[in-house]
Design a protein around this ligand. Structure first.
Ligand code: PEP
Length: 249
């Protein structure tokens, strides 16, 4: 039985003060929450966040990681460094990394591999643009993005990670995919993995991301192949983030 995971992606938002207030606000509201919960702040706040979360059920993750271990890669942060900061998860291949920073499927797969090697749980983001959906190639796009990881690491590597299906047209737009649209793609992802390894397919959590809010989370999370959410905007206040966690509890 897969558990529901709700992970907050703070993106480039916050300050030390906001980190403390938001993390403490989440911790204060955890008594009714039975989902798995994670927050993914910017790099400079990871260590502070894991210090605040120590002893709680809430986990911390990064929003990215280098595919490199060390060396002359100015500005990069390795998966080992993220692990050493006390993190559990690492988001890789977010659509903003792909579209704004030119990260390819192969680069994302290499980041997935580096995170996994460091003992982090990679959260692999996949999803189509509006143009791709309208062209009817959603499944091709998502399959290509997942296959890049399978080709590099083998299908069993997916059992060490989490997949987040995030239609690009639904991210930060207020346009959530309908529960049926989301379920259809989640079921496609799971069946594609099952064709290679049914135990991996049964185990891997597949999150939905894209304008999830407290009032639409419950119906999404009730779908058989939706195992939680990757949350952007609504992860920036304790009230809305906890509202989503409660919807999955
Ligand atoms: C995201 O960026 O991963 C995301 C899902 O954002 P939002 O919830 O704001 O659409």
């Amino acid at each position: 039985m897969r558990k529901i995971l709700v992970a907050g992606n703070w993106k480039l938002n916050g300050s030390l003060k906001m980190t403390e207030d938001l993390v403490n606000g989440i911790l204060d509201g955890m008594s009714n929450i039975t989902t798995e919960v994670a927050v993914c702040p910017p790099y400079p706040y990871l260590a502070k966040t894991t210090e605040l979360l120590a002893g709680s059920a809430v986990k911390c993750g990064s929003q990215d990681n280098s595919d490199q271990v060390s060396g002359a890669f100015t500005g990069e942060v390795s998966a080992d460094m993220i692990k050493e900061s006390g993190c559990t998860y690492a988001i890789v291949g977010h659509s903003e990394r792909r579209s704004l920073f030119g990260e390819t499927d192969t680069a994302t797969a290499q980041k997935f591999a580096a995170a996994r090697k460091a003992g982090l749980i990679p959260i692999l983001c996949v999803g189509e643009t509006l143009e791709e959906r309208e062209k009817g190639v959603t499944e091709d796009v998502v399959a290509r993005q997942i296959d890049a990881v399978i080709d590099l690491e083998g299908v069993t590597a997916l059992a060490d990670g989490v997949i987040a299906y995030e239609p690009v047209w639904a991210i930060g737009t207020g346009m959530t995919a309908s529960k049926q649209q989301a379920q259809d793609v989640h079921a496609f992802i799971r069946s594609r993995i099952a064709d290679l390894d049914s135990s991996v397919a049964k185990k891997v959590q597949i999150l939905y991301g894209g304008s999830v809010k407290p009032d639409n989370a419950a119906e999404l999370f009730a779908e058989p192949d939706i195992d939680g959410g990757l949350i952007g905007g609504a992860a920036l206040t304790a009230e809305s983030f906890l509202g989503i966690c409660e919807a999955g509890s």
